[in-house]
Every structure is written in structure tokens, then in C-alpha cells.
Design a protein around this ligand. Sequence first.
Ligand SMILES: [Zn+2]
Ligand SMILES: [Zn+2]
Length: 453
Amino acid sequence: MKLTINGIYRSPNRSKTHPGTVSSSANIQADNVGKVNDHLKKLLDNFRPDLKPYEEIYRQIHKYPELSGQEEQTAKIAFDHLHTLGFEVHPNVGGHGVAAVFHNGPGPNILLRADMDALPLEEKTGLPYASTRTVKDAQGNRFPVMHACGHDTHVASLMAASTLLHAARDHWSGTIICIFQPAEEALGGARAMLDDGLYEKVPKPDLVLAQHVTRMRAGTVNLRAGRLLTAADAFEVRIFGRGGHGSAPQTTIDPIVIGASIVMKLQTIVSREVTPGELAVVTCGSIHAGNSSNVIPDHLDLQFSVRTFDKEVRKRVHAAIHRIVEAECLAGGAVEKPIVKLTSSCPATINDEETVDALRETFHSYFQDQLVDMERPSASEDFTLLATEAGAPYVMWMFGGIDENTWDDAVEKGTVNELPMNHSPFFAPKIEPTLRTGVDAFALGALTFLQRK
Ligand SMILES: [Zn+2]
Ligand SMILES: [Zn+2]
């Protein structure tokens, strides 16, 4: 087996136009790979900071979760840390986003991304550091907040990984960009950072790496080439009818009947228009019209969510939604054209195969039997925009947070699917070895591609 390398480590760069790229590459034999991996393991062991303070930071962030777009305190913790380390740090990028850069000589620009936001959920983990926080919405209603997706783990991991990489700076060359991204759950934070001129503040990356803690055994890591997470699109639709008395339907145009037809007809998109075996989901998650049994309302609102992998399938599903909504309105005699609005949109996460191959070498050598297979998660992510905007490849890997004994018991009983998943009020990653795994994976991911010094 041969590896294409840059310096000693494989370069993720495809194009020679990226700044900082060393264009000379060579092939080395697999026996050298072992030496490279030994060297990386030593760097991790020698330069990993004491993780106790980061465990405390984790508890602190977990106890004080902040919703999408409100990540002020979390961002401050990340900013202060990277600033103290000596990174060039840009606060308030696209909201509370933090972008930190460490230039360390020639070599590729590697971007590491952690998301910071929590969810509107009441925590039921019973942990001593559980969140009891509530926040008010614009109407003055209070609701609870919880780090139910583990983004607190991502923040603490990236903070410690940046300390490790900084401490090991005499042994690698290149540039590290650490991004603490706001509003991932709303799938708008990456776009907001880009629109706020992220790549005028920090160099464009040659490679983007991200990770997510999930329902896997603590200490394990999963790397998958190709399709990982689906594209997610949300639609808001308004159907206009003509309101009137419930006893005189002949004088009205009933938007509820039109809406009901739309919801039923939508079911034919996946079953009749998408190639069997190709992934597509169309869900109507909200339908609202009227307030009374004897009044025919004058409009109806619908909300749809769409999940796909393939760009062509995505296009086809979107076109079908427009066609069905418009045609059903026409069929129902609606006097006004419906409004069909795409309210949020994020592309699929398709991990770059060559980058995964390179990572698999170093991850397998370091994590050994802790590098495991898992079912493909059903979720969506927006960090890929940070890569596609720069024309760079990207990879996201998953790592486990479930207590080892709890996991092993569940495997034995066949009840793994009953363990708390991300977004559950019981989701509670075991701090160690979860944090250390996140720190090591981030550092190892970057070092796989940075040049050896
Ligand atoms: Zn989430
Ligand atoms: Zn998440």
C-alpha cells in the first residue's frame, strides 16, 4: 500500500492554488506509516494537558446552556482561553461565533469546528451539574434549556485540543483555525459566520474537520467515508381560501380541505417519484387553521421538513412540493396563489473519501479496537458550508459518550436503541473517557495533515 504524503503527513490539498500548500509530494511505503503514527501518539501523550480543568469547564458549560443565537457566555469562555493561549481571536463572528487562528509556519490551513448551542428542553439526567436554567422568549414565556446534543463536549474538547496543539507547536508546521460556531441547531450559524466575513478574518481552510458526540460506547470513535448526514430543508406554506359560515360551505373556499389534500398528496413524492432505495423523507410537522367548529377559516399554514442525500433527489422533491401545493390550490378553487417559502436549508454531509482514508490510518493506529462501526445517524449539520465555501474537503466523525458498563449491558440485552440519544432529556455523556477521546481525535485529526517539523 502506498500513501501520497506532504512532508511526512498526507496533504488534504487537491489544488496548488491554496496558500500554504507545499506542492512537492512523494510516495512512501506502509512501514513508514507506523513510524508516523508512533510519532503522533507520542505528541498526544507528551503534550495533552491535564484534562481536570477542562472537565470543570465542561460541567460549567453544561450547567449554563445557551440557546442558538444566545451563546454569549460559552463564546466568552472559548474566546478567553484561545486568547490566553496566544491565538489571534475574532469574537462575535455571525452572532456569538469565535474564530481563532494560530499561524505556525508553512503548511496547510486546518480548520477545527465545535458548535456551542443548546436546546429548549428540560434536563432529566439527575446529574449534579444538570441544567436548571430557564429563559424567556419574546412573549415572556419561560422555558428550560439543556445541552442535550453534547455541544458542551465539543467546546471543551476543542479548547483542550488547541492547548495540546499549541504546546506541541515545535513539532508541526501549518496553520490551525479553531471555530466555535453558534446556532448549529437552527442550521444557520455557519452561514451567519460566512456572511459576516469569516474568511476575511481568518485564512481559508484547506481542510475542515468536525466531530459529534453521540450514542456510542464512551471512548469509541466512528469514521465513515461518503454519506454521513442528510441535507435538511424546511418549508413554510400558506394556503389562501375564502372564509365564511360553517353552515354555508358553498359560499367559501375551504383551505382546510385543500390543506388535507396537500398533506395526503405529499406522501406520493417519496413513494412514487423517488427511486426506490434512495433516501428521501417528507414530513408535514405542523398544520394550523381556524379556531372554531362553525367558521371556515380564510387561510391555512403548513410546515414541511425534507431530508435527502442526493442533490438531484433533493431538487426533485422540492419541485414536487411546489407542484403539489400549487395544483391542489388550483383544484380547490383558491383565489390567490399559495406562498411556499424555503425557511432553512443545509446541504448533506458527505465525508471526503481520501481524507477519511488518511484519517483511518492514524485513527486506527491510535484508537485501535475503539475505532468502531455504527449505524448512520439520522440528523443534519451545517458545518459543511465552512468547507464548501472555501472549496475544501471536509470530514465529520462521531465519538461515544455512553458509560461503558451501561453500553455493554444494553448490547447484551439488545436494548441499545433505548439508551438516551442526542436531544433526549436524559442525554448525559460520561465525562471521561468521552472528553479525552474528543480532545485526542481533534488533535490527531489536525496532526494527520499538518506538516512534521
Ligand atoms: Zn442537535
Ligand atoms: Zn448536535
